[in-house]
Design a protein. Structure first.
Length: 75
């Protein structure tokens, strides 16, 4: 197995951190990273759960930001 294959295998098995999850969820991950994240998410229930939590958090933050803007515009 070549060095590149070993690096890819290691990356596939590395858990995603919060920044990785936020970038992936918001669609701002580098193209090269997306494939690795998706391969990892196929097999890692821990990161699948973290991703769902991250997506729920981002939806809540967007909703709250819209509410603040709406309330600000009414003043």
């Amino acid at each position: 197995m070549g060095m590149i294959a070993l690096v890819i295998m290691r990356d596939i098995h590395r858990h995603m951190d919060e920044e990785d999850l936020e970038r992936y969820s918001s669609g701002t991950s580098a193209e090269d990273d997306v494939a690795l994240y998706e391969e990892h998410l196929l097999v890692c229930e821990t990161c699948q759960l973290k991703l769902r939590e991250t997506e729920e958090h981002l939806v809540a933050m967007h909703f709250a930001a819209r509410q603040v803007r709406r309330d600000f515009e009414r003043k």
